[in-house]
Write a protein that binds this ligand. Structure first.
Ligand code: XUL
Length: 513
């Protein structure tokens, strides 16, 4: 059996799978807000940060790891786990001093991770991906290497606030003494992996690309970017490696405390989005994942590492091989909910009514579907922008408004992912809103590709478990065909009337006007 661990923003979960029987054996999850209220982080981060700062307590992640393993151990004999794989929320960073490794190798099974490792931190809290406080550092880093186009060419993304490089630079600027005390900077993924393996684990090419520090073509730390970030940073970063390659055997603490076998391997962890790409069965180019959440994300496998000329999208290493893209849209469910509430609708209006009452292309009525600031494209919207008939522009006809919002969201997504240069053969829709057939149909129509939904919701943990099996010699393609099944009846082909060429040009005109 194989264990996948996903350390995400709101919870830490584990999934055990058995490739021989093709079954998911069991799952356990620790929700930071509900299960560990003593950290004062109801949504997994410390609320009330100043000037866009969003941090979390890494000790909370350690306590959650202990708790998750103890819950899992009640359901399954952990000595049967042959390898562990994992994923973490991307971009978040953990700062460790020189005592961390001595503490790690002398962990006693009678005590817990939190109390034995807490003095190994050189920074009490970890900035996470929701942090937007580092615009000044991003500008400084870009200027140091000759501009954002160069940062993007080198690392796959322009300098981005949530990416780890600017966060490290800010730490160095505000607390140079603690930065100097930092022996190693880990990502959330490589931190949890290090604890399990009892040694400094590498960062993988997927999560490593989310730092603005890795040279995408060479898959090595980029010296120009390191120099632009903070002194001696190259000495403080772990090695880089492919996800799912072996780090080593599990540390004695876990053998003694939870009954793991001393032959259990720990594989290199990756970021939650690259892990989801694996868990959705979408690592091959032509497969596209659209995750509909608070924010919407689009990710897909790519053969080559070309980057987004507009600078909104990101390119990461793909845990299977090659590369993947990731593009985030801030106005996801927030916008869908705002429109729903404004017109006092329920989700069934999005499911069927609005779709039945309006034609594909919405009679030429288009909407820029942004209720607040957007990151793709980066612009400070405060309300949607409408163009069409006088009735539509004045906000009447809720069915036309719903269709315009959904078409606008997917047109914006299609427009800002065109640089990948691969047409979608199949769209895998996931996230809360993906179950809604009305929303799914618009995605199929706008992209001109069939939409499917997966049977399993937790694709990051599944991807992590598949990577565990890969560490032990399993074939990723075989594992994906066993575990990444679409749910019955979830396939929606595009409608024959769907032709969005004219609507797309109207949308782009409005966007650029
Ligand atoms: C991706 C991103 C988030 C985090 C948290 O760039 O910031 O998706 O990985 O899930």
């Amino acid at each position: 059996m194989y264990l996948g661990i996903d350390s995400s923003t709101q919870s830490l979960s584990g999934m055990v799978l058995d490739p021989a029987s093709g079954r998911i054996v069991c799952e356990a999850s620790v929700n930071f807000g509900a299960d560990l209220p003593q950290y004062g982080a109801p949504s997994g981060f410390i609320p009330g940060g100043a000037s866009g700062e969003v941090h979390a307590d890494p000790l909370m992640w350690l306590e959650a790891l202990d708790e998750m393993l103890s819950r899992l151990g009640k359901q399954v004999d952990l000595s049967a786990i042959k390898a562990i794989g994992g994923s973490g929320q991307q971009h978040g960073s953990v700062y460790l001093n020189a005592s961390f490794i001595p503490r790690l190798v002398s962990l006693r099974a009678e005590s817990d991770l939190r109390s034995q490792l807490q003095d190994g931190l050189s920074r009490a809290t970890s900035p996470i991906w929701m942090d937007t406080s580092t615009s000044a550092q991003c500008a400084e880093m870009a200027a140091a290497v000759g501009g954002n186009a160069e940062v993007c060419r080198l690392t796959g993304s322009i300098a981005i606030e949530r990416f780890t490089g600017s966060q490290i630079r800010k730490f160095y600027q505000i607390d140079a003494a603690s930065y100097a005390q930092t022996e190693r900077v880990h990502l959330v993924s490589s931190f949890i992996c290090s604890v399990l393996a009892g040694t400094h684990a590498p960062i993988d090419f997927g999560d490593g690309a989310g730092m603005n520090l890795m040279n995408l073509a060479e898959r090595q730390w980029d010296h120009a970017m390191l120099d632009a970030t903070a002194p001696s940073l190259g000495e403080k970063l772990p090695a880089l490696a492919q996800a799912g390659t072996a780090v080593g055997r599990i540390a004695a603490y876990f053998i003694e405390r939870y009954g793991f076998s001393n032959n259990c391997q720990v594989g290199v962890f990756t970021g939650d989005n690259p892990a989801s790409l694996v868990g959705m069965g979408a690592t091959a180019p032509g497969q596209v994942v659209i995750s509909l959440g608070t924010s919407d994300t689009f990710f897909a496998g790519m053969n080559a590492a070309h980057t987004d000329p507009r600078g909104f999208g990101h390119v990461f290493g793909n845990p299977a091989s090659g590369y993947m893209c990731l593009v985030c849209f801030r106005n996801g469910s927030l916008a869908r909910e705002a429109l729903r509430d404004q017109y006092q609708l329920d989700w069934s209006a999005f499911e069927s009514n609005a779709m039945a009452q309006t034609p594909v292309g919405n009679d030429g009525n288009v909407m820029l579907p942004f209720f607040g600031p957007e990151i793709t494209p980066r612009r400070d919207f405060s309300a949607p922008v409408r163009r069409g008939t006088a009735e539509f522009e004045s906000g009447e006809n809720s069915a036309a408004q719903v269709r315009a919002l959904l078409e606008g969201q997917f047109l914006n997504m299609k427009r800002h992912t065109d640089w990948i240069g691969i047409a979608a053969d199949r769209i895998l829709l996931t996230g809360g809103a993906s179950r809604n057939d009305g929303i799914a149909q618009v995605a199929a129509d706008v992209f001109g590709a069939p939409v499917e939904r997966l049977a399993i919701a937790n694709s990051a943990a599944l991807g992590a478990a598949i990577l565990a099996a890969v560490t032990d010699g399993g074939s990723m393609a075989d594992l994906q065909s066993t575990f990444c099944q679409t749910s019955a009846g979830s396939l929606l082909p595009p409608q024959s009337s769907a032709d969005y060429a004219t609507t797309m040009s109207k949308f782009v005109d409005l966007l650029e006007s």
